[in-house]
Design a protein around this ligand. Structure first.
Ligand code: SRM
Ligand code: SF4
Length: 575
């Protein structure tokens, strides 16, 4: 490999993060020393940038910020740790380990994320190394859970739903392994591995054959969907694959490129984008397509302006034809024409399902992915008790829910009893709107949050639910998502109803996303608080209840009824 990401075609000055990466000697920087500093619970900004590649972010408890400031104390620094597993599949012992370290080192809760990973919050600096070691002892990893690399590869979380699902999951795991960073820095810093490299001059091809010494310009995301479910929101991914199944066999994948959600309020140069389908590849070609696509973004992505560094902008700026040609050149062959496919939803399907191998899977509703014990709902304890007797696996869904997977017929009764004993639920007693809801973490941990999200959406839903009941829409599947800022972590721009935080208690309200995650929504009202949200939503829900056509989804209705205009691609999002 040439050292071409040091010589990006982009001649503008590189951003400071590029310099930090370049100087870091394959993600080492000063991290090993910094972690030992006994004086402060924080780490310097340069090292914090590198920490992300190792799966952790420095945060502070924002609920305590003002008070600590008044008392002239340093902020309550703490670290978020993201633990990834391709397709979100983990074993019961791994679950038990996550449970234990959440109690021992973090804030006693586990957060299931929108990309099928785990997050722990509240780990203090001096416990980080021990925590990461214990994660690795359980054969899980935090490496590349964050940072300018390929992130957790998403995949429909039902490997045993059919043989094809299992095969697709295997491909997701292989793509994920193939794109893992190869630097030994992670082992050296966290696992006390032998120090193998001291020199910046060492051969990039040997150290990081795919990424090179400055890694990617920005994060990169891959998801694989198995129609008719688009639970992974394939059109939100930088690179997506849509499994093509003919006569019960996996023929290959349609390839999608250039999706992404993040934007900045009021800055039309930033926008969410839906990915485009560019062709078809066979299963054996998927790794090559993934690798070459990543290298194109490595070489052509914008390294000067980080806001503009995502792959969606590389594609939009240079054109899809340019990308397809570049990809064909690097592959040495051309993608075939895309095959037909059909998605009919992007949410999860709850309750028991029997897989092709005779095993059972139970999808639990977990509100916004937060696993904790509350006074009258011992969710964390219930799952721990299940993990102790469960012989199958756990699967984190792309909608922040959890599947108790591969349950034997012999075990099913015992697991059902535990589900009942702890009141764990498939969400059937909730409105279908709540079952199709997602909210990002936001306050108090997320440093970028402008408004509440995870802590507020359930309360807002409590107020929307009676309207749904009154309108007779309680069982109507409508996708609703909320985020505390426009970075889009719960993929709100694809929801039929979305709220994106602007300021404390204020949200922009969006309508009209596609029910199958195939269309962006559009701004309906700006900067509104709860009262106006409810006042705005009520007449639309009643109108929908009265005048919707047969099987017309809410997102389609609001466009037909003229509440918002249809958005066909991201460039139209702000217009
Ligand atoms: Fe995200 C940054 C949480 C999925 C777009 N995201 C963050 C940070 C790390 C805040 C920060 O940079 O300081 C958040 C940590 C909050 C906390 O306290 O835990 C955060 N993102 C999350 C999670 C946990 C949300 C959740 O509630 O589940 C998701 C973890 C995924 C994982 O396991 O890997 C999460 N983030 C997403 C998604 C959805 C997806 O990937 O399918 C997106 C939109 C898709 C995309 O990337 O375009 C997303 N997160 C962002 C962005 C905007 C990137 C951009 O293009 O501009 C940021 C900000 C940034 O990178 O600068 C961000
Ligand atoms: Fe934080 Fe914004 Fe992501 Fe929510 S969407 S977790 S507020 S970065």
């Amino acid at each position: 490999m040439s050292d071409n990401n040091l010589l990006s075609p982009n001649s503008a000055p590189h951003s400071d993060v590029e310099d930090i990466k370049r100087r870091s000697n394959y993600l080492r920087g000063g991290l090993a020393e910094t972690l030992k500093d006994p004086i402060t619970g924080s780490i310097p900004e340069d090292d914090n940038r590198l920490m992300k590649f190792h799966g952790s972010y420095m945060q502070d408890d924002r609920d305590l910020r003002n008070e600590r400031n008044k008392q002239k104390l340093e902020p309550a620094y703490q670290f978020m740790l993201r633990v990834r597993a391709a397709g979100g599949v983990v074993t019961p012992p791994q679950w038990l380990m996550m449970d234990r370290i959440a109690q021992q080192y973090a804030n006693g809760t586990i957060r299931l994320t929108t990309r099928q990973s785990f997050q722990l919050h509240g780990v203090i600096k001096w416990n980080l190394k021990q925590t990461i070691q214990e994660v690795n002892e359980a054969l899980l990893s935090t490496l590349a859970a964050c940072g300018d690399v390929n992130r957790n590869v998403m995949c429909n979380p039902n490997p045993d739903q059919s043989e094809v699902h299992a095969e697709v999951y295997e491909w997701a795991a292989r793509v994920s392994n193939h794109l893992d960073p190869r630097t030994r820095a992670y082992h050296e810093i966290w696992l006390d591995g032998e120090k193998v490299l001291d020199s910046l001059e060492s051969d990039a091809a040997e150290q990081e054959p795919i990424y090179g010494p400055v890694y990617l310009p920005r994060k990169f995301k891959i998801g694989i969907a198995v129609p008719p479910s688009n639970d992974v929101d394939v059109f939100a991914q930088d690179l997506g694959f849509i499994a093509i199944i003919e006569e019960g066999r996996l023929k290959g994948f349609n390839v999608t490129v250039g999706g992404g959600m993040g934007m900045t309020h009021g800055d039309p140069k930033t926008y969410p984008q839906v990915a485009q389908v560019i062709g078809f590849c066979t299963p054996e070609q998927i790794i090559d397509v993934a690798e070459k696509t990543v290298t194109i973004q490595r070489d052509y992505g914008d390294r000067s302006v980080r806001k503009h560094a995502r792959f969606k902008y590389t594609i939009d700026d240079r054109g899809i034809d340019w990308f397809i040609n570049e990809l064909s050149e690097r592959l040495g062959w051309k993608l075939e024409e895309a095959r037909s496919y059909h998605f009919d939803h992007n949410g999860d399907r709850y309750g028991w399902v029997k897989g092709s191998n005779g095993k059972w899977h139970f999808t639990l509703f977990i509100q916004n992915g937060r696993i904790r014990d509350e006074d009258h709902y011992l969710l964390m304890t219930g799952l721990r008790e299940i993990a102790k007797v469960h012989t199958g696996d756990f699967r984190l869904t792309p909608n922040q829910n959890l599947i108790i997977g591969s349950v034997n017929s012999q075990n099913k009764k015992e697991i059902e009893e535990l589900i009942n004993e702890y009141g764990l639920t498939d969400g059937i007693h909730h409105t279908a709107l709540r079952r199709n809801s997602m909210a990002c973490v936001a306050l108090p941990t997320c440093g970028l949050a402008m408004a509440e999200s995870e802590r507020y959406l359930p309360t807002l839903l409590d107020k929307i639910d009676p309207m749904l009941v009154e309108a007779g829409l309680q069982d109507e599947e409508i996708v609703i998502r909320m985020t505390g800022c426009p970075n889009g972590c719960a993929r709100p721009m694809l929801a039929e109803i979305a709220f994106i935080g602007k300021a404390p208690g204020k949200y922009n309200m969006y309508l009209g996303g596609g029910f199958a995650g195939n269309r962006l929504n559009k701004l309906y009202k700006e900067n509104i608080g709860e009262e106006e949200i409810l006042e705005s939503l009520q007449p639309i829900l009643f109108h929908y209840a009265k005048e919707r056509q047969d099987s017309e989804h809410f997102g389609d209705f609001v466009i037909r009824a003229g509440y918002v205009k249809e958005v066909r691609n991201g460039q139209e999002f702000h217009s």
